[in-house]
Design a protein around this ligand. Sequence first.
Ligand SMILES: Cc1ncc(COP(=O)(O)O)c(C=O)c1O
Length: 407
Amino acid sequence: MSDSVFAAVAQAPEDSILGVTVAYNKDQSPNKLNLGVGAYRTEEGKPLVLNVVRKAEQLLVNDTSRVKEYLPITGLADFNKLSAKLILGGTSPAIQESRVATVQCLSGTGSLRVGAEFLAQHYPVKTILIPVPTWGNHPKVFNAAGLSVQTYRYYDPSTRGLDFSGLLEDLGNAPSRAIVLFHACAHNPTGVDPTSDQWEQIRQLVRSKRLLPFFDSAYQGFASGSLDADAGSVRAFVADGGECLAAQSYAKNMGMYGERVGALSIVCRSAEIAKRVESQLKLVIRPMYSNPPIHGASIVATILKDGELYNEWTVELKAMADRIISMRQQLFDALKAKGTAGDWSHIIKQIGMFTFTGLNADQVAFMTKEYHIYMTFDGRISMAGLSSKTVPHLVEAIHAAVTTIGA
Ligand SMILES: Cc1ncc(COP(=O)(O)O)c(C=O)c1O
């Protein structure tokens, strides 16, 4: 062992989110429940492949003219056009004026990373502000790309809602032209989004300070069940004619998790600039992974370009969103019925895949040890991992944690 050239390599810690699943998999209890990872589960607790995805996949398999040649560096052209349309809207002037450079990337994470690498090389200010809290991978992605990460206030634990004045103050004090990361909708982990009036004030401030918005859109359609409504924040920023970036993921809204399908769009002031931006994105991508995989993007493009399949998708997506909303109600009702101390109304106020329960790290550890319920230590639970059958077990655990450990 000691003569290994890697003998000095230290054991790295488990990823704080994916590590929850590792611990869950080791647990032998029949009652174990994984509310850590953000992946949709059916009422039966099973992963879901959408019918429309199966159908599109079958169409592709049956088409023997299809080959497995390399895609261009920027990915599947149809997929890129349709993805830009999905996030920016069918009638977006930015698309009509060819001011959007879109590249297919490896899901949401890959899209964020390519965008960050591009900014690190071509944008004069290397500072990005991210909300507190945010998805745990954000600072890692941006640091790895060479950006310097600062934060802005977002969540107020005392109200379990948005710290809007803190947010405005911190963005107001940001270095001029700094990049600002926004969750397009269904903020992870808090489930707290600005209202459209608040978005409008944020937009005015961002534009007046000439900050550069970078939207992370990992949950379009998952928050409200409507693809258009969930893209409202991004569209408002594009409607003012200014520039921005958007990273899209099809992991959650099409259940394409492991296929790694996503897109990065950079909205520019002119078609000529967008063309140059795209040429530089190719230089970012080529040494990273050369070109993206063909299969998942072909499935997504097949669905997006066919009216019937698209409609079927929206119905299945709404059903997922509705199941999550009903889980919120069931959990809230059950905690109230049990008389568990505390105000749990945030469970039904927050939106999207997660509830930021307000449970502290000791309470989470207690629930994992005593009830085999797995979640991140910040008290975030995936509502998509819950079902009518498992709500009572979770309520027992929360009740015991709150009673035994206290706040
Ligand atoms: C806020 C946010 N951004 C991006 C992602 C990226 O996901 P993926 O790379 O699987 O598309 C996630 C996934 O959990 C997320 O929650």
